[in-house]
Design a protein around this ligand. Structure first.
Ligand code: HEC
Length: 227
């Protein structure tokens, strides 16, 4: 026991002495080049947003916060994916309670940057944001609306939505549809994109990260985390 401890101790001390001196630290440009081999800045735009007019994004935002999209008017998308007050697109719950309080089986992932994913849900069962948005409203364990028709009836009863769908889908004779609801929510979700100082660094701003953060990046890149 004593011998092992001493040996371990000796190894630790010699490993410590082998750490290269700080004078050899990589420059920000070298670190950026290294980082760009494995990472890229968050893109400016998500794909699929060709028809994302301001009117559509505004409607999508209103719908994302609309509690009337749940059976008992208590729950909106934002209840489980809080995007206001810097809450990160989540509810901080292990699993989320639905409109009637019963919890589902899975954690709510953030909706921030979701439009960059190759698929939606933990198991990727929805292809796009639009496909995904149609699910929770009708899910009995979530917003629990009985049918698409019931959703449309509720939306058509609100003057503000009839006008907003018209503006968001100009030229359509009957724009308040379940498909258009999903399209508008998708348009809003494509605006939910994060932006960090690390993105600025990757794009060339040497001052975006602190000295400690640069040192951390150096360690991250050099000791094998990236594999
Ligand atoms: C009761 C809570 C709840 C409500 C309400 C809810 N969601 Fe979710 N959401 C979840 C959970 C839980 C998952 C993950 C489920 C899974 O993977 O099977 C999820 C997954 C998602 C995802 C996939 C994200 C990813 O990283 O894969 C998106 C996007 C999303 N929800 C958007 C919405 C929108 C839009 C609405 C409103 C129309 C909504 N959600 C309403 C709980 C909720």
């Amino acid at each position: 026991m004593t011998i092992n401890m001493t040996l371990a101790h000796a190894l630790t001390v010699s490993a410590f002495l082998l750490v290269p001196a700080a004078v050899n630290a990589a420059t920000p440009s070298e670190l950026r080049a290294g980082a760009l081999k494995v990472l890229e800045p968050i893109p400016e735009k998500m794909t699929g947003g060709e028809n994302d007019t301001p009117a559509r994004v505004k409607l999508g935002r209103d719908l994302f916060f609309e509690k009337k999209l749940s059976a008992n008017n208590t729950q909106s998308c934002n209840s489980c994916h809080a995007v206001d007050h810097n809450r990160g697109g989540v509810d901080n719950e292990p699993t989320s309670p639905g409109a009637f309080g019963k919890r589902g089986g899975r954690n709510s992932p953030t909706v921030l940057n979701a439009g960059f994913h190759v698929a939606q849900f933990w198991d990727g069962r929805a292809k796009t944001l639009e496909d995904q948005a149609k699910g929770p409203v009708l899910n009995p364990g979530e917003m629990a609306m009985p049918s698409e028709a019931a959703v449309i009836e509720k939306l058509k009863a609100e003057k503000k939505y009839v006008g907003a769908f018209k503006k968001a889908f100009p030229g359509e004779s009957d724009p308040v549809t379940y498909d258009n609801f999903a399209k508008a929510v998708g348009s809003f979700e494509r605006t939910l994109r994060t932006h960090d100082r690390f993105d600025d660094f990757l794009k060339g701003d040497n001052k975006a990260l602190t000295a400690t953060e640069l040192k951390g990046l150096d360690t991250f890149l050099s000791i094998g985390c990236t594999t």
